[in-house]
Design a protein around this ligand. Structure first.
Ligand code: UTP
Length: 464
C-alpha cells in the first residue's frame, strides 16, 4: 500500500496525525500501521467522528414503551400443536443441513481478567472442560442425533484469533470435524480522543478494539462465512456467546418456531431476576420490537408491576438468537452494515504528540461498538421465545461475585441434578455431578440412559 494517497486521504478527514511517526518506523511497523488503516472505512469514520465522537448523540427515547408478548416456555393449550410442529420442523432443518451454529468469541473479556481467549477458560464442575469444549461436544452430539455434521462458524478478533486457532488445533478440535469449523475475524475500531482524533497505542499501531458483537453481522459477510453458508445450503444460524456454558447451542423447538413464524431474527428471553437486573429488555417501542438496554430503560418503567405483582417489563435478553442468512445478507447490502453505533467513554492508553505512552486515570477516549440486538428492529416478524434461566443462562462474566466461574459452576451442578432427578436418580445436596453433552443433551435424553439410583453427598459423578 502506497503511503502518499493514504496520507492525503487521512488529512482530508482530519486524521493525518496518526502518521506522525511514520518516517521513524521500520518497514514492518510501517506495514502494520498501513494494514490497520486499510481495514477501516475512512469515510464512515469521518462521519462517525462528527456525529458520535465530538458530540454525544441525543438519546431518542421512544414515546410509547410496552411489554413484548413472548412465546411461553411451556406451551398452553393454544400453543401445543404449534410447539409440536416447531420441534419437528427444527429437527427437519437440522437433518437437511440448513442450520449452522454461530459462536461470537471476539470480545476482550476484560471483566474476567483471563489472559487468553475466554473460550479457553475451564468451566465445568468436575472435568474442568473449557467453554469451547462444552460447545464442541454439544454440537457433536447434535450432529450425531441428526445424522450430519453441523457447520460451526466461530468469530474471533485480532486480539484472540491466533490463540483460538492454536487452542482448537492443540486439542484436536475436541473431536469435531475441522472441515466443518470456520473461524474468521471480526472488524476492529479505533478509539478516539474526546476531540475526535484516532489514538495510537504505539507509534506503529492504532488503539484498536473489536467493533462489538454487532460487528459479527458484517464480519460474516466480509470473512467469507456467508458465501460458505450459501455453498453448503445453510439458511439459518443459531447464534450464541462464548461465556454461557448452559446455553443450548442448538434447540430444535426454538429453530422451528423461528422458521414457522417466518421470523428473520428470533431471540430467547428469560424473566428478569429483579426489576433492575443488568440485562437488556425486550419491549415494543413505538410499535416496534426491540431491546432497550437496562441503562436506557427509565427506572419508573423497569419497576412497574402487573396486578399480580409480577414485573410488567420482564423479558430479559440473554443474547441467544436465530437468524436467517438472507436477512444478514440484506443487512450488508450496499457494502455497509445497517446497524447504529454505540458510544462509550473509556480509559485508553495512548501515545502522545511527543511519542510518550500515557496511561490515563480518567476516561480520555471514545469507543464505538455495534450491538447484535439492534438488528431485531430491522427484521421481519421478529419472534421472542421464553426459556428458563436455570436451564439455559449462567454466564461467566466476572472474576468474582455474580456471573462468575463459581456461580456458573454451581448452576451447572444444579441443572445436572435437576435433569437426573427427572430421570429418577436421587441426588443428595452436596453431591457434585457433571453430565457430558455426549451422554445427554437435555433432561429428556437423560431419562433414556441407564442412570445410577442415587448419588450421595460428597460424591463426584461424571456421566459420559
Ligand atoms: P461482552 O459484552 O460480555 O464483552 O460480550 P466481552 O468483551 O466478552 O467482555 P468484557 O465486557 O470486556 O468483560 C458478550 C459476547 O459477545 C462477544 C464476546 O466474545 C462474548 O461472547 N463479543 C463482544 C464479540 O465477539 N465481539 C465484540 O466486539 C464484543
Amino acid at each position: 500500500m502506497d503511503e502518499k494517497p493514504v496520507r492525503t486521504k487521512l488529512q482530508s478527514i482530519g486524521q493525518g496525525s496518526v502518521l506522525r511517526f511514520f518516517a521513524e518506523l521500520d518497514p514492518a511497523g510501517q506495514k502494520r500501521l498501513m494494514r490497520q488503516i486499510d481495514a477501516l472505512d475512512l469515510d464512515h469514520i469521518a462521519h462517525l467522528v462528527d456525529s458520535q465522537v465530538k458530540q454525544k448523540p441525543a438519546l431518542d427515547l421512544p414515546k410509547e414503551i410496552n411489554p413484548v408478548k413472548a412465546y411461553p416456555h411451556k406451551p398452553g393449550a393454544e400453543h401445543r400443536e404449534l410447539y409440536q410442529q416447531a420441534e419437528q420442523r427444527g429437527l427437519e432443518l437440522l437433518r437437511q443441513g440448513k442450520v449452522g451454529a454461530f459462536l461470537v468469541a471476539g470480545g476482550q473479556g476484560t471483566r474476567l481478567g483471563y489472559d487468553g481467549p475466554k473460550g479457553e477458560y475451564p468451566v465445568t464442575p468436575i472435568q474442568n472442560k473449557p467453554l469451547f469444549q462444552v460447545f464442541a461436544e454439544q454440537l457433536a452430539a447434535w450432529s450425531r442425533e441428526v445424522g450430519r455434521v453441523i457447520p460451526w462458524y466461530i468469530m474471533t478478533s485480532d486480539i484472540n484469533d491466533g490463540p483460538t486457532r492454536a487452542f482448537f488445533h492443540k486439542h484436536g478440535h475436541f473431536g469435531y470435524d475441522p472441515a466443518a469449523i470456520f473461524i474468521f475475524e471480526q472488524g476492529m475500531m479505533p478509539a478516539f480522543s474526546l476531540d475526535g482524533q484516532m489514538l495510537l497505542a504505539e507509534k506503529s499501531s492504532l488503539a484498536l478494539s473489536p467493533d462489538g458483537h454487532g460487528g459479527s453481522l458484517r464480519a460474516l459477510a466480509r470473512g467469507g462465512a456467508l458465501a460458505d453458508m450459501r455453498r453448503r445450503g445453510i439458511e439459518h444460524l443459531s447464534y450464541f456467546q462464548v461465556d454461557n456454558p448452559l446455553v443450548h447451542c442448538i434447540d430444535p423447538l426454538f429453530l422451528g418456531l423461528h422458521d414457522l413464524t417466518g421470523s428473520e431474527m428470533s431471540s430467547k428471553t428469560i424473566p428478569k431476576a429483579d426489576a433492575l437486573e443488568k440485562v437488556g429488555n425486550f419491549v415494543i417501542a413505538d410499535g416496534v420490537l426491540q431491546v432497550i438496554e437496562y441503562s436506557d430503560l427509565p427506572e419508573s418503567l423497569a419497576k412497574q408491576t402487573n396486578a399480580d405483582g409480577s414485573l410488567r417489563f420482564n423479558a430479559g435478553s440473554i443474547a441467544i438468537h436465530a437468524l436467517k442468512v438472507s436477512f444478514i445478507e440484506r443487512l450488508n447490502e450496499g457494502g455497509r452494515l445497517q446497524l447504529p453505533w454505540h458510544r462509550a467513554e473509556k480509559k485508553v492508553p495512548f501515545v502522545d504528540g511527543d511519542g510518550r505512552l500515557v496511561k490515563p486515570d480518567k476516561p480520555n477516549a471514545i469507543k464505538l461498538e455495534q450491538f447484535v440486538f439492534d438488528a431485531i428492529l430491522l427484521a421481519k416478524s421478529p419472534m421472542v421465545y421464553t426459556t428458563d434461566r436455570a436451564e439455559e443462562f449462567s454466564p461467566v462474566k466476572n472474576a468474582q461475585g455474580n456471573d462468575s466461574p463459581l456461580t456458573s459452576r454451581q448452576d451447572q451442578i444444579r441443572r445436572a441434578r435437576r435433569w437426573l432427578e427427572t430421570g429418577g436418580t436421587k441426588v443428595d445436596e452436596g453431591a457434585i455431578v457433571e453430565i457430558s453433552p455426549l451422554f445427554a443433551l437435555n433432561a429428556g435424553q437423560l431419562r433414556d440412559r441407564s442412570l445410577p439410583k442415587e448419588i450421595k453427598a460428597g460424591e463426584s459423578v461424571y456421566l459420559e
